[in-house]
Design a protein around this ligand. Structure first.
Ligand code: GCB
Length: 601
């Protein structure tokens, strides 16, 4: 069943007085919104006493009731309104020292007043909550969302009150073997309401979602769809791109769905000229405005073609970690700092590792002309045989694509990172690839994979997953986990597939300011040495179409305890978490400048 049908079915089933989790509302910032960001009341609940009773049964009188004693004799053991404050958006770990390593449940509460308007629906939209969120309004459950890095929303039109609404979210970031990601990762498990929370207002029938991109293989044919939600979903709709003098009309069908297709004479988006158009989707009752760019993308043998021209992806990997203050990044300012550093490095491409980053990153990448690899946290050792794990991964993939499918900067959807070759894993990842292709036929699909040694000198890339992706991503740490830097000099690379290769990770670790000779681990000189030998090797790989050193900036990791050196940071950054550039930064920068000379992108 198409999501829109599921949604209509649920609407009918639940009746209009119930809360509903509906498909994602596209582009919330293009609508009327009311921010719920700021200080929220919070209760730390390591034993989940606010959720389970003492027999470990879900309690009918959990904290979500937000109860108050009605008489002086009443026994109620919690009180949101005198509890601690935490800032939203923001991870909890970096807001209070005792929460740095906390993994468990914290309850969040926000009170708000709301003036209901006629013919208006209202939704609560969460940019992200890591990892499991149970959401309640005025004591009633709106629903649950799993996955720490994708948005979700619920309709609250018929539950919201004029005054003193109590919005409560139980956020649980306990790691689980069957979750996505699973128990081990090389990044901090930042918990909480890590992204913006907003009320989104729409007319009774509104434009819920749209896909407006160039058709694969065409430089002027726009193809996509528009989906309405409401009680009058068979309507005339129009798509306007004023600057390109486009105004086209379509009709939605009985399910509120319209395919759109038309020609437009467009200036294509590229890193050199990141042209975006104002695009307006209008119905009889609603109007949404977006900024959308258009470009073509294809692979041909081992080439990647952007707007028909071969490109080399001068990339860098980025974690969603906030420069200077630490913790999860969540603001436009964070995005601008990170992406400006990438630009300064000479990058035209970023790999947003290892999960979907906040929407600002994508919006700013669109504006700055930086191509994006976006991935889901199918990382290392997922439970490949568990159907619920697959469903969860598929859902996170769908939500990532739902949010970012109109962002021209996104050129690659990645389904996994460094997963071990095997049948169950292959079946799992093939399903993810099918899902990605069914939702979006315009992007390239990839995954970061591994290589192996055929003999001392020969690297072979032949992961069977390679057959199903458009572009092969490979992580290798020659000179760091694998021998000394000069080992790279003697290596020859072979690939089983006639496809483009991106070296999606390589690098070494050094805290900024730690100096020594080029063979002393943890020094900037050693890191620089790794990069020098890497570049010598990379330049000799004929099918290489992109490089993404690991990583732009140092980031917190529980796997990195070495005192005085790591102190629970992965120090492979080209830049420190305080913005200081290490020697290796300049090695990469001069390589990218050299590449840039002969290229238009
Ligand atoms: C990898 C992982 C990345 C790690 C990195 C490292 O292969 O993909 O998540 O952080 O290596 O530093 O070891």
């Amino acid at each position: 069943m198409r999501p829109v049908l599921v949604c209509i079915f649920l609407l009918a089933l639940l009746g209009s007085t119930q809360a509903q989790q509906i498909d994602l509302i596209a582009n919330p910032d293009g609508r009327k919104t009311i921010s719920l960001d700021g200080q929220w009341r919070t209760i730390i609940d390591p034993y989940e006493s606010g959720y389970y009773d003492y027999r470990y049964q879900p309690s009918a009188n959990g904290y979500f009731k937000d109860a108050k004693p009605r008489s002086k004799s009443d026994l109620i053991e919690y009180d949101f309104d005198t509890s601690e404050l935490l800032k939203v958006p923001g991870d909890w770990n970096t807001q209070k020292e005792r929460l740095l390593l906390y993994e468990g449940t914290i309850w969040y509460k926000k009170s708000f007043d709301y003036q209901r308007k006629e013919n208006t629906r209202v939704f609560v939209y969460f940019g992200g909550a890591n990892y499991l969120a149970d959401v309640y309004l005025n004591g009633q459950k709106l629903g649950r969302h799993e996955g720490g890095f994708t948005p979700f929303n619920f309709e609250i039109t018929n539950l919201v009150r004029d005054a003193n609404n109590s919005l409560i979210v139980k956020v649980d970031n306990k790691r689980r073997r069957d979750a996505v990601p699973t128990l081990i990762t090389d990044w901090w498990n930042y918990g909480g309401l890590t992204r913006q929370v907003q009320l989104v207002e729409t007319p009774t029938t509104f434009v819920q979602d749209y896909f407006i991109q160039l058709q694969k293989g065409s430089r002027q044919r726009i193809a996509g769809w528009v989906k309405l939600n409401g009680d009058k979903i068979s309507q005339k709709i129009s798509i306007r791109i004023p600057e390109a003098r486009i105004s086209k009309s379509f009709s939605t069908d009985a399910n509120g769905f319209a395919r759109i297709e038309f020609d437009a004479n467009l200036t294509l988006w590229s890193p050199d000229n990141p042209k975006l158009y104002e695009v307006v989707v209008e119905t009889e009752t609603d109007r949404v405005q977006d900024e959308i760019g258009f470009r073509t993308l294809e692979t041909k043998g081992t080439e990647i073609l952007l707007n028909g021209r071969p490109i080399f992806l001068r990339g860098v990997c980025i974690h969603e970690e906030a420069p200077f203050r630490g913790g999860r990044a969540y603001s436009r300012e964070d995005a601008l700092t990170l992406l400006s550093w990438a630009k300064e490095l000479g990058a035209n491409f970023v790999r947003l590792a290892h999960y979907p980053h906040n929407e600002f990153m994508l919006r700013e990448a669109d504006r700055m002309g930086i191509m994006v690899w976006s991935e889901i946290p199918v990382y290392w050792t997922i439970l490949w045989e568990n159907p619920a794990t697959l469903e969860n991964a598929q859902n996170q993939l769908s939500e990532m694509i739902a949010r970012d499918k109109n962002r021209v900067a996104v050129i690659i959807w990645s389904v996994a990172n460094e997963t071990p070759v095997g049948d169950a894993r292959l079946a799992f990842l093939k399903k993810l690839i099918e899902r990605a292709r069914s939702l979006d036929s315009t992007r390239m699909i990839s995954a970061a994979m591994e290589r192996h040694y055929v003999d001392d000198k020969t690297q072979m890339i032949d992961d069977p997953l390679g057959e199903f992706v458009d572009v092969f991503g490979c992580n290798e740490y020659v000179g760091w986990y694998d021998g000394l830097p000069e080992k790279a000099d003697g290596l020859t690379w072979k690939m089983k597939y006639q496809k483009p290769l991106i070296m999606t990770e390589f690098g070494g670790e050094a805290p900024y300011g730690n100096h020594g000779d080029a063979l002393t681990r943890w020094t900037e000189e050693y890191q620089e040495n790794v990069y020098q030998h890497q570049l010598g090797m990379l330049k000799r790989i004929p099918f290489l179409r992109g490089t993404c050193p690991w990583i732009l900036m140092d980031f917190r990791s529980p796997r990195r305890p070495l005192p005085g050196v790591q102190d629970f940071y992965n120090r492979k950054g080209l830049i420190s978490d305080q913005g200081q550039k290490k020697k290796a930064f300049y090695i990469m920068q001069s390589y990218y400048r050299e590449l840039q000379k002969g290229s238009q992108n």
